[in-house]
Design a protein around this ligand. Sequence first.
Ligand code: ADP
Ligand code: ASP
Ligand code: MG
Length: 474
Amino acid sequence: MSLVVMKFGGTSVEDPAAIGRTAAIVAGRLALGKQPIVVVSAMAKVTDQLLRAAAAAAQGDRVGALAISSRLRSRHRDTAAELVKDSAEVASLIDLIDQKFDSLDEILRGLAAILELTPRISDLIVSYGERLSSRIVAAAFRERGIDAAHVDAREIVVTDSQFQKAVPLDAIIERRAQNRLLPLTSVGQVPVMGGFIASNEAGITTTLGRGGSDFTGALIGGALSAEAIEIWTDVDGIMTADPRICPDALRVKVVSFEEAAELAYFGAKVLHPATILPAVRKNIPVQVLNSRNAASEGTRITSLAPHCKSPFKSIAVKKKLSIIDMVASRMLMTHGYMKEIFTVFDQHRCAVDMVSTSEVSVSLTVDSNDNLPAIAADLGKLADVKYEGRKALICMVGEDIRGKNGMAAQVFAAIRHINVRMISQGASEINMSFMIEEDDADEAVRSLHAAFFKDPDPVIFDVEARKPLTASSC
Ligand code: ADP
Ligand code: ASP
Ligand code: MG
């Protein structure tokens, strides 16, 4: 049985038309003799709105929170009513949607009384997005003749208790995925489950972090040793840059697991950074595809990618970063000093993206977060500390960058008009990264793209789709 995990993102289930397209794509895979397992995100923007409702309630704005919930209720009810025509099916689906919103409203009212939003309650509130979308999608599939069975992802994806960024417990997931999903697929049913949501071993709802539905898809694919993991989204695949920043971005036909992981980690939102790991462990190819343009071949992520004549495959940008500069009279090279610095970050559970040192100073970059003043206060015991937000990290990914002469000169010549705050090259053979002001980031990506994708290798890039260059584009 050729199992294929198909993950559909928020835009692929955003309204009745999108869910209809998704159903047609799944039916197409069935017609090819594949056995799909479907993982869906919440409908587009729903997670953000649930978080907004939670924040409003926690500030005592009960009316505002319930108004957001009421708009979401209407959107889900209307979508269900448009997709499912069978009167008994639609009645029970709408009843179920109402039950879920009734319990969500109860939580929001409670929150507005308690005025304290814990990560655990936040996860419970956002989980409604995927719990609702997966029910609607399963019913819409059945209406279109697909034998779909809804499965609550929280029964399968078991994690630790780090709410909002829970870590999956692979062995339990493998066992549960096999016990729960294989009996369905073995009789040709198509399981439909929400991504992103999970539960700890006590059955309390957790989530895998924003964008985590990709991760769910990969975890399920890994647990069942699927033949392929397909990530269906709203662009033609992994592109040479974010097409929202650079409209001339080209589809990358194939990248290695390693390259995709670097791109995802350094900000290419098209893929959640943790997606690659379960696929690598079992050597399962991942395909990124466009649900609005199913005919496009997408991007194939595999263990080995063919040699690329162009120096870079793609440019990623990660915004909302901060830089922390530390100057110490105590010498940096002193034994154990760096360890003390990193212990502070560890205690605050704060990941460091980039590090640069000199004799008496260290600079580090981290995600901007509310903990920065506390981190800086603790670091202040070791050195003079300054920190600044609104920074962006640009990451250029390509084959063997370290081994190519003059690469750095070409990169910095392309952005000679932009001030570079920090540089890192050498940690990885396939990435060159540097930090600039966030306001300069889009311009930097466009300049770099114009410089390095003038003559792209047709083996790797979809050059045929290239739009004619205009003066206003890059
Ligand atoms: P989904 O809801 O399907 O998970 P996301 O919004 O999380 O979709 O990711 C898709 C978006 O990622 C695209 O619309 C695009 O703007 C953005 N993106 C950023 N970098 C890239 C890149 N290198 N290639 C393709 N898309 C990218
Ligand atoms: N719905 C979640 C989010 O918006 C997970 C996902 O879409 O991948 O972050
Ligand atoms: Mg996503």
